[in-house]
Design a protein. Structure first.
Length: 278
């Protein structure tokens, strides 16, 4: 009987297809926002915009946040690390204002953010003024009446740069009230010539600079806020899209612990105590 020879299977020829050459040009504008489809306000840290003081880490040469060119009175964005000269200032579009009463532990015990954020001003009736001029609750924590201004920072050509939150408290709370009064008093003529209306905050531009202030005991730098101009619904359409979107995002966010706005009676209602941007 003849032995059958085992034949090795012939290797199949693999057809190698040439990859299509990469395009010589990619239209990034057509891919605007790709990758951020599932990013919400909760996933982002809103930059805190503040004035630099003598004890700011940014001014401490031994601190990792040290910036050589920064000086007292300059304006600093915590997230981007950008510094603007206080005298030159910045342009901002105020998009939303929320007043809160932030409860803090003393320095050394603090976790770096408020332990509780209250929206009901009646919390202040539970406090008493301590020897260190703080409004303290029976539990020993102190409460700061804080004006929170959500703003869109612009460059000198009035182009959008970044979003930020300015928290005005203590000596700057009066500045917050003055700014709110300025915004509330703004009126522009209606198109039909019949009277005027209050424009949305996110359609107005203000210039913010800093100046040195003092009392009998201390000195510090504070905000100076001046109205700059109204944005035009036609010429400034792209910028208005940015500022209006930020307003809508801030209204829906829960960075202060899910605050709901009741349009009927103009009240803020706190739903829960979530994380904060501080």
């Amino acid at each position: 009987m003849q032995n059958a020879q085992t034949q090795k299977p012939q290797a199949k020829e693999v057809e190698v297809k040439k990859q299509a050459p990469l395009p010589s040009k990619i239209d990034l504008e057509a891919a605007e926002g790709q990758g951020s489809e599932f990013v919400t306000a909760r996933d982002q840290k809103l930059p805190i915009l503040k004035i630099l003081y003598a004890n700011s880490p940014v001014l401490d040469e031994s601190d990792g946040k040290y910036i050589e060119t920064a000086k007292q009175g300059d304006i600093y964005s915590e997230t981007s690390g950008t510094v603007w000269k206080g005298k030159e200032g910045i342009y901002v579009v105020p998009c939303l204002f929320i007043n809160t009463f932030n409860e803090w532990k003393d320095k050394g015990e603090s976790i770096g953010r408020p332990v509780q954020i209250h929206t009901d001003p009646s919390i202040m009736s539970q406090t008493s003024r301590s020897d260190d001029n703080k409004d303290r609750l029976p539990n020993g924590n102190y409460v700061e009446d804080t004006g929170n201004h959500f703003v869109y920072i612009l460059d000198k050509n009035f182009q959008p740069v970044e979003q930020a939150l300015i928290a005005m408290k203590s000596t700057q709370k009066k500045k917050s009230k003055t700014w709110c009064s300025m915004m509330e008093s703004r009126r522009v003529p209606r198109k039909n010539g019949q009277g005027s209306f209050k424009p949305p905050y996110w359609s107005t531009v203000y210039k913010m600079t800093t100046t040195k202030e003092s009392n009998s005991q201390n000195s510090w730098y504070g905000w100076v806020i001046d109205f700059e101009k109204y944005l035009d619904g036609n010429k400034d359409l792209d910028l208005l899209k940015h500022t209006k979107t930020f307003y809508e995002s801030a209204m829906k966010s829960d960075i202060f612990g899910k605050i709901e706005f009741n349009e009927d009676n103009k009240e803020l209602k706190k739903v829960n105590n979530s994380s904060t941007p501080f």
